[in-house]
Design a protein around this ligand. Structure first.
Ligand SMILES: [Cu+2]
Length: 329
């Protein structure tokens, strides 16, 4: 049985099982996707624009090891942090009509979350973890014709996922090639891109340090730069901070160009960069964002092998190593 046929069959069975009213349909979408090695994470609803009828539902399936949320805020509601929810979470099979927010909470591979739409309207769906993972749900009256069937959305999800994964793979390949051609003191701490659709935006991110291992001498300074337009990463040696991950550890200073900087002496010590992340996109009519802190420098003062992780993404393999040799006389 082809995968597409299986998906269509599963969708058809879901309709039969889940129908709550005569003619009500449960539509299918994805929240996230990833490459086999988990290095490329698609932060997107696939597809991110659906037209459904009043009384219909949409089930989002979470196939990735990076967390996402399916969240419908009230119109104009200030975007909360992921931990705060909208506030909190709402149960599977919640209704959304625009009067109260709906939030799945952070979900991982293997989970699903269904939202019912009892009234008409045009609604924005967002992921509270990934700012540029957004979409639109158009809830039309029963008397209106819907433009697409589930098979169209399945094809669209497949095509968009393939395109985003390909973009991420090209970025990772270019970064690895550049690191091989110009071995120096630079480490790339992630990259990515945001893609607009008619319904919102998709993000694809590379969750890898390139090069993953770098060799330097005592006294050298290694510089990490996060090139992702929206996703934060950290450079964390030793024990992860027990509290919030946004601030750097004590002793991290700012260079005159704004980059964070630390001296580091022992492979058994701990050191945390804090969030390295691009500035949020500016919007006309609002105060401009401060400059980003997307760069971290560490000067190594003793030889040794220094292993580190991204404290946000080590579970999908975002780890690295600095090997520090005694300088030659
Ligand atoms: Cu990361």
């Amino acid at each position: 049985m082809s995968k597409r046929y299986a998906l269509a069959l599963a969708a058809a069975l879901a309709v039969l099982v889940a129908s709550r009213a005569v003619g009500a349909t449960t539509w299918q979408s994805l929240a996230g996707a990833q490459s086999f090695d988990e290095a490329i994470q698609v932060e997107a609803f696939l597809p991110n624009e659906l037209w459904v009828h009043v009384g219909d539902s949409i089930t989002w399936t979470f196939p990735a090891d990076e967390v996402h949320t399916v969240t419908f805020l009230k119109p104009g509601q200030v975007r909360p942090s992921n931990g705060a929810g909208c506030p909190g979470t709402t149960p599977d099979q919640s209704n959304f009509d625009g009067s109260a927010c709906v939030n799945s909470g952070s979900l991982l591979e293997g989970r699903t979350y269904t939202v019912n739409f009892p009234t008409g309207g045009n609604f924005k769906v967002v992921c509270l973890v990934h700012a540029n993972m957004t979409g639109a749900i158009h809830v039309l009256e029963q008397s209106e014709a819907l433009p697409y069937q589930q098979t169209f959305y399945d094809d669209q999800a497949y095509t968009q996922r393939a395109g985003l994964l390909k973009d991420g793979a090209i970025q990772l390949g270019l970064l690895r090639a550049r690191a091989q051609q110009n071995p120096g003191y630079q480490v790339n701490a992630g990259s990515g891109e945001i893609v607009a659709t008619g319904g919102g935006s998709h993000t694809v991110s590379v969750y890898r340090f390139t090069p993953e291992s770098i060799v330097v001498n005592v006294g050298d300074t290694v510089e990490w730069t996060n090139l992702d337009p929206v996703t934060a990463h950290t450079v964390t040696f030793g024990t992860e901070p027990s509290g919030p991950l946004q601030p750097p550890s004590a002793g991290v200073t700012a260079d005159s160009d704004g980059a964070r900087h630390a001296m580091f002496a022992s492979p058994t010590d701990s050191l945390h960069s804090g969030f390295l992340v691009a500035a949020p996109q500016d919007r006309i009519g609002l105060a401009q964002a401060n400059l980003a802190v997307a760069r971290f420098r560490v000067t190594f003062t003793t030889p040794g092998t220094f292993d580190y992780i991204c404290a946000l993404h080590d579970e999908v393999g975002m780890t690295g190593q600095v090997i520090v040799h005694q300088a030659r006389r």
